[in-house]
Ligand binder design. Structure first.
Ligand code: NDP
Length: 329
């Protein structure tokens, strides 16, 4: 039986990836922080997976966890993931998103260098991009503490691949969403707002810059790309993106149209919510390499994504399920 270890298993991607690996017949071990509470996202598969506590910054704790779990594949997804918050906690972001990845690579090198390693890299490593769309060759130019930390981890994976021959891959993933995202992430906020307004539970939705553009995809599609990377003959880095950017205005329009409303009546723009210059860049990825080498294609497009987000929030609000509760959607 194949064995995989996932850090950040309780998050959006970790929980979807765990479900995918279970479907593929893997034994799945999740690495969680010491003292971690139970995870809503894992409620449906709790009896099928094993959780182990370990501190990402503590080398002995990591090597011990690897020895016990004995995985053939390690997916490193643990990191603070809300980019704006990285300005409030830059040191913590660097510790867990950058140093944590290096600790894990070092533990793998020590315990079993044959372990295949996936690093959750991010489009934020391109920051203010030198070109659009971005490819695996686009120079890194991160602007946020999150992007800087992810760039460090990205280079670490590459460096361990070249120096030690580790099977280390970085997936440069663009924004991907699901009903498991918390409300501070924009697509979820818009979906929840449209659903709440349509049910008469909310009068308006307050947003920042409607002209901001992003390349959005569906999380379940994106975790499949992670898995495919570790099934190849050789390790490599891949851009995983939809290849299409959409404005916040399009997102809002699509969400409100889905509940039969005209967004202009309910959306108020508050300039105080606009992001700073470091986050106003235009990021759109070119997934051609993932298409040709991995055979990866997203199954859910932008409109389908917005509809499924709105439908999930409609259901939650109708049934009174807590907004943060994350069932197996
Ligand atoms: P989530 O925030 O949903 O999940 C992040 C996970 O990391 C959580 O399980 C969290 O654990 C864990 N984590 C955070 N900080 C620590 C820490 N200090 N020690 C141990 N565990 C920690 O993020 P996603 O699932 O969306 O993202 C997964 C990965 O992919 C992240 O690394 C993210 O940066 C990256 N990524 C995500 C993108 C996206 O659009 N979703 C785009 C590009 C990259 P806990 O629940 O205990 O807090």
């Amino acid at each position: 039986m194949k064995r995989a270890l996932i850090t950040g298993i309780g998050g959006q991607d970790g929980s979807y990836l765990a479900e995918l690996l279970l479907e593929q017949g893997y034994h799945v071990v999740g690495l969680v922080r010491p003292g971690a509470e139970s995870y809503d996202n894992l409620a449906q598969i709790a009896h099928e997976i094993e959780l182990q506590e370990a501190d990402l910054l503590h080398q002995t704790s990591l090597t011990q966890a690897l020895r016990v779990a004995d995985p053939g594949e390690v997916y490193n997804l643990a990191a603070p993931s809300f980019v704006p918050a990285s300005w409030d906690r830059p040191v913590q972001t660097a510790e867990f998103a950058a140093v944590g990845a290096t600790s894990l690579l070092e533990a793998i090198r020590t315990v079993n260098p044959k372990i295949r390693f996936y690093q959750a890299s991010s489009s934020e490593i391109f920051g203010e991009p030198h070109e659009s769309p971005q490819t695996e060759q686009t120079p890194l130019a991160p602007l946020t503490p999150y992007g800087v930390a992810k760039a460090y981890a990205h280079f670490s994976a590459r460096s361990y691949r070249q120096r030690y021959g580790l099977f280390a891959c970085s997936g440069i993933l663009y924004n991907h969403e699901s009903p498991r995202r918390p409300l501070e992430f924009l697509p979820r906020k818009v979906a929840h707002g449209a659903a709440a307004v349509s049910l008469g539970l909310q009068d308006e939705l307050v947003l920042g810059d409607l002209d901001a553009r992003r390349d959005w995809g569906y999380a379940k599609d994106y975790v499949r790309a992670m898995w495919l990377m570790l099934q190849q003959e050789a390790p490599d880095d891949y851009v995983v993106a939809s290849g299409q950017d959409h404005s916040v205005r399009e997102l809002v329009q699509c969400a409100f149209l889905h509940v039969g409303l005209s967004w202009e009546r309910y959306v108020r723009v508050d300039p105080a919510l606009e992001r700073g210059a470091a986050e106003l860049h235009w990021l759109v990825g070119n997934p051609a390499k993932a298409h040709t080498q991995l055979g990866w294609r997203p199954e859910v497009d932008f409109t389908q994504l917005v509809h499924l987000l709105v439908d999930a929030d409609l259901e939650r609000l109708r049934t009174g399920e807590a907004a943060t509760s994350m069932e197996r959607r």
